[in-house]
Design a protein around this ligand. Structure first.
Ligand code: G3P
Length: 217
C-alpha cells in the first residue's frame, strides 16, 4: 500500500519523508489556502517545492471546470515537474479531460469521488488514480469504507489499472481497514500516519528492556 500525505505543509511533508515511508503527496485548494499559499504563481512554486522534498507523485489540482481550460491548466501543471499528477474533479468536462490526459501521457487523479459509478467512469476514462473521500461519506452517516470495497470489487472484475487512492482519511483505523480491503494508496494527515506507530505494550515493553539492560551494565 502506498502512503501519501494529504497536506501542503512543507514541515509535515519533510517529517513524513524523513520517516522513510512516504510515497507521495496530495493537495487541494483548501489545503493550499490553509498554509496561506494563494495566487497562481505562489501555488505553482509551492508544487515545485513539494516535488523537491518527496520522491513520489504529487497531486496538483486544476481550478478550471470547463474542458478547454482544464486541459490548458493541467498541461501547465504537468510541465512543472515529472512528479506532478493532475488532479481533476469528477464532473462531465473532468471525465472528458481525464480521457484527453490519458491519451496524451499525462497522469491524473480524479478527485471528489463519492460513488462506485463515478469511480467506474474515472477508470474508463483512464485516470491514473481515483480518490474516493471516505471521511466525508462517514460525516454524513454513509459507509466510506464500503465504497472502497465496492470500487475494489468492480476494478478487479475488469482488471482496471486505475489505482484506488483512499482520501479524506481521518484516523489510523481508516488506513488499516483500507489496507485490508485492498486500496492501492491512502492519503491522510501526518497524525494518522504516525498514529500507526503507537501501542502501549510497545512503550511498556521498551521501558522494561531498557531498565533490565541498565541493571546488568
Ligand atoms: O484528499 C482529499 C482530502 O483532502 C479531503 O479531506 O479531510 O477535507 O475531507 P477532508
Amino acid at each position: 500500500m502506498k502512503f501519501f500525505i494529504d497536506t501542503a505543509n512543507l514541515d509535515e511533508i519533510r517529517e513524513a519523508q524523513e520517516l522513510g515511508v512516504l510515497d507521495g503527496v496530495t493537495t487541494n485548494p483548501s489545503l493550499m489556502a490553509k498554509e496561506g499559499i494563494t495566487g497562481r504563481d505562489k501555488i505553482l512554486k509551492h508544487y515545485v517545492d513539494i516535488c523537491e522534498i518527496v520522491d513520489g507523485d504529487v497531486s496538483a489540482e486544476v481550478i478550471a471546470t470547463d474542458f478547454d481550460k482544464i486541459i490548458k491548466e493541467g498541461e501547465q501543471l504537468a510541465e512543472l515537474h515529472d512528479q506532478i499528477v493532475v488532479k481533476v474533479p469528477m464532473i462531465e468536462d473532468g471525465v472528458k479531460a481525464l480521457k484527453y490526459f490519458s491519451d496524451n501521457g499525462i497522469r491524473t487523479n480524479c478527485t471528489l469521488v463519492f460513488s462506485a459509478g463515478q469511480a467506474l467512469l474515472a477508470a474508463k476514462a483512464g485516470a491514473t488514480y481515483v480518490s474516493p473521500f471516505i471521511g466525508r461519506l462517514d460525516d454524513i452517516s454513509t459507509d466510506g469504507l464500503n465504497l472502497i470495497a465496492e470500487i475494489r470489487h468492480i476494478y478487479d472484475n475488469y482488471g482496471y489499472e486505475t489505482q484506488i487512492l483512499a482520501a479524506s482519511i481521518r484516523h489510523t483505523m481508516h488506513i488499516i481497514n483500507c489496507a485490508k480491503i485492498g486500496a492501492d494508496v491512502m492519503t491522510g494527515g501526518l497524525d494518522s500516519i504516525k498514529g500507526l506507530l503507537k501501542h502501549p505494550l510497545t512503550d511498556s515493553g521498551l521501558e522494561k528492556f531498557l531498565a533490565d539492560y541498565k541493571k546488568g551494565n
